[in-house]
Structures are given as C-alpha cells and as structure tokens.
Design a protein around this ligand. Sequence first.
Ligand code: PLP
Length: 470
Amino acid sequence: MDEIDFREWSERAATWSANYLETLSDRPVKAQVTPGDIACQINTSPPESAESMEKIFSDFEEIIPNGMTHWQHPRFFAYFQGNAAPACMIAEQLAGTLAAQCMLWQTSPAATELEVKMVDWLRQAFDLPKAFQGTLQESASAATLCATLVMRERALNWAGNRFGLSGQKQVRIYASSQTHSSIDKAMWIAGIGQDNLVKIPTGDSLGIDVETLRSAIKQDRENGFLPAGIVICFGGTSIGAIDNVEAVCEVAKEENLYTHLDAAWAGSAMICPEFRNLWTGVENVDSVVINPHKWLGVPQECSAHFIKEPELLIKTLSIQPEYLKTYNVEGIYDFSQWSIQLGRRFRALKVWFLLRAYGLEGLRTRIRNHVVWAQKLAARINEQPDFEISTKPVLSLFSFRYKPGDDRELNELNLQLVDAINKDGRIYLTQTNHEGKIVIRFVAGQFNMAEEDADVAFEVIVNIARNGLS
Ligand code: PLP
C-alpha cells in the first residue's frame, strides 16, 4: 500500500468508526451468532497474491461487526465493562501508527517517560501515597503473576529463579475464596501450585475471615510450609467482595508477608474520595493492581501496577543480556525489567488522552452516576414480589434472582432467564454462582451509559421473566 492508500483507508476507517459508534445502541449487545457462523465465512488458507483493500474492507464490514459482542454498547451490564473512551480510541490509532516496541527507554524514550508520568498521575488520582511507583502492565493477571513471583522469590531469598522449586520449602500464598481466577492461574504459572494457594473463607461481610487467615498461617509454619504472601480481594468479580485491607495488612506485618491488592475493577472508583473508606489501610499494601482498562475508560490492555519497592520486582524479573543493555545514560526506566513480556506496546498514550480529555471530575461524574443508577435499579427490582436481591450493591455491582414462587427449579430458571435476556439483545447480563445459587449479576459501568439504559434493563428483566420463559 503506498502513502496515498494509507491516507485514504485511514479516513475510511475513521468514518466507519464514527458511524459505528453513532449507531451502536441500535445493535443487539451480545453477538447473535452460533459457533462457526463467522469461521465458515473466512477462507481456509491465506491468499498467495495481494487482495485489494476495497475487498478486504468490505469483507470486514460484512463479516466482523455482526459477529461481535459490543463492549462499547451503553447497555452492556455483563462481566466488568471493558471501556474504550473515544479519546483513547484516537490515542490507540496514533500508538498503532508509531508502532513502537517500548521494551527499553532507548527504544521509546517518549513512551517510557510518559509512562512514568501517567503512573504517577493515576497514583495521585487514586490518592495512593507517593511511596508507590509503578508501570502499566498488559493485564491484572500479569500484574498478579509478577506479584506472586515476587512473593515466591522474596520468601525463598531469590533461590527459586536460580535453582527451581524442587527441594525448597513449599511456598504458601493466602487469599479469600472470593478472589479472581487469575490468582489461581498465577500460582500454576509460578510453579507454586493450586494446593499452595490457601483459600480462606469469608465472613458475614464477604471479606476474608481475618482470624482464620491468622491461624492458617501459624498452622502452616508449624507444619513446615513457607508462608510468602497474601492477595487481598478488593472488588471480587462474582459479587464484589471486599477484604478488610487494614486488618489483613496487620496480619501480613506480624508474619512478614508480602501483600498484593487486586483492585482490577473496584480500584477505578477510588478516584472518588467518598469511596476511599472501602480501602482504608491501602498505604500498608506492597503492591496494587487497578485496571484503567475496565471502568475508567482506557481500552485493553492497560493495568496500573503500583509497587512500593520496585527493587524487589526488578530483582525478580530483570534479565539483561548484552543486547538489552544501555550505556552512558542515567536515571532511565527499562520497563521490560518490570514485567513478564519483553516487547510492550505504547500504553501510556491512551491514559494521557483519557485523563486530559475528560478530566478527573468528568470521570468521577460517570462513576458516581453508575453507582447511583445501579443502586436505584436494585431498589426497583427489590420491590418486585417475584424477585430477590441476592447480594446488595457494592459500588455499581449487585446480583438478583427471579423467584416466582411456583415449582420451577430456581437455578435452572435463572439460567434460562439470562439466556432469554441475552437473545433478546437489548441488554447483556451474566450469571454467577453465589453460595450454591445461580444469581444474575448487574454491573453499571459503560462509559456512555445513561440513566434510561438502567430503565430499559428493568423493563427487559421483569418482562422477559414474567412473559418470556416457558
Ligand atoms: N481481578 C479481578 C477482580 C477481575 O475482575 C479480573 C477480570 O475481570 C481480573 C483480575 C483479571 O483482569 P485482566 O483481564 O486484566 O487480567
């Protein structure tokens, strides 16, 4: 493609994108396709000769959008939102054009220095103490894996990387039963193993039972295990569970354990001072992950990983063959030494565009609205005699069940309800299992959501439950 083509097709793509966003709310939220519907439209082998951009673009228009679940749809209430604020989409286009590989300062000085600044802007936005530095990881899963490796190496006095885990004391890590599956996966990848992730039950508040945590650690020490760290749950995916950060940090201090706080979703709300009481004691945590790529509005992939002692992370992950060394400069950051992957995208640009284009006040207004609208919807559903609120709103997440009082089996009935709602297409919801019961999650958090979207959700949920199930 020559230069003129690039200009023409970039403009076509920009026009398509603007039209897509303007008409998005007319589409069904969840893709209305069955497995294989898209694959059967794609050639089985790559072309030997170049095809025209006209043909490629028209295939894109015809095949792809209708096979997508629309994450930027204002009535996306499933999982946790993966927002992409329009200003960030533009930043992504620019980052894609620069196409820098940002592994070292010398390979991307502007990207590296902007990343240092953006992590600090975010730190201030969340009101974390100055003691936290950090980096933008690709995902919360990656940040948690990094923290898990630090826990392991710190406890083993950096013998794990050198000698492997065979013959070492068995490392133990603690977390509540409400933590995200990325914690389990981190244990597998770090070679610690699922059985050495000690899942502590939660108390009435759905936060970790701190006394059980304390005694589990003591008992493990007596049994010859090596306690290494605690992962604190701050807004669990299922129903939004939150641990008592201050109390868990006290236990960690008593036991000299490393703490990592998973605030992948709920952390974004900490830009609002009135919610910060939820994480009282956060200044005592060793590392924190918050996903601006969820609620805040930055597109995938962008996880802010704040760390009090980056030296521990660097000691765990830094590897510098000659070809990665930089000579004759000082005071630089090579962020590939802070993460699992070597090559990395220019992530900071989209954070810069977001924070400047909307301002913290603009972002706070959105989050506050989501919380209020979720609470109002929960109250409306609670007034219906044939529904129950299963778990109360935590910020903008609550769960409910349809409970009509006839002889239909409730787990099956609520799975049918989610399915019928998602086939209807006006809203998108997902279910979870809470204490053995299938409940339906509602999360408000889409960047362009309006209060009327919550009203539509109410109508759809109630009408389909009462009239649309067999
Ligand atoms: N932690 C929590 C609480 C989550 O909800 C999620 C994803 O939804 C993750 C971690 C994993 O996030 P990521 O997709 O960035 O790895």
